[in-house]
Design a binder for this molecule. Sequence first.
Ligand code: ADP
Ligand code: MG
Length: 258
Amino acid sequence: MNKKNAFSLQSITKSFGGLIAVKDVSFAVNEKEVVGIIGPNGSGKTTLLDIVSGFLKPDAGRIFYDEADITRLAPHQRAGLGIGRLFQDIRVFNKLTVLENMLLAQRENQEEGILTAVFASPWIKRKTGEAVYNTRYWLDFVGLEVKENSAAENLSYGQEKLLALAMILARNSQLLLLDEPVAGLDLRMKEKILGLIKKLRDSGKTIIVIEHALDFIFDASDRIVLLNGGRKVYEGAASKFHSEINIKEAYAASYAQI
Ligand code: ADP
Ligand code: MG
């Protein structure tokens, strides 16, 4: 099989003051593949996703997406190329409705200001029509269509996560970066999100997912990257992970409580 290389990191290093958060990490993610990143607290997982989405600049190393070097691109430019980030903490506007949050998410990439919206050119009308269509499609996909007119603050925690996911999908993201998508969720919601990740992969999305819940990550991922102390200490097929590595040793004491 000769899959196209959708995304790769080459020798990424990032320090905060004297602390090395990510050290010389390289790996590639194929199109239509789910790669799970695991590792103890503080092992550099979130920092790595910040570097992929452009919120942090690496001290060294390069990032390629669809064969283009995106190392120097700003976060909004990467979002425009189809890199969508789901944050560890949820970022939705509580007082706005589900529908309004969805429309706002799609406006971030557009250049017209509020005035042009007021004057409502045919172009704006068409764009708005597309945004509403997209919104309904993705709310239906995550199962939130009945909540369209609810304020985001009235959603359950799990429903807020679904909304945040629908928001990045509505922006036509192709590479999804999911930071702990099921943390704090009950079993039913975990299974729902697991099902959505599989559906998204099958529909052609490329996904990088960080998660502490190991049963979830092994179910969701095709491949696993294990970080420890900012270094990549293992990379391999999710199905082979347990036979190739002693997870207890790999995780050491810092993961024992999880
Ligand atoms: P993980 O997501 O695996 O728990 P992080 O990537 O959040 O780990 O953190 C890796 C290391 O970098 C930790 O030691 C953390 O304290 C440190 N770190 C992360 N972000 C910052 C920051 N903005 N400033 C200083 N140190 C940071
Ligand atoms: Mg983290």
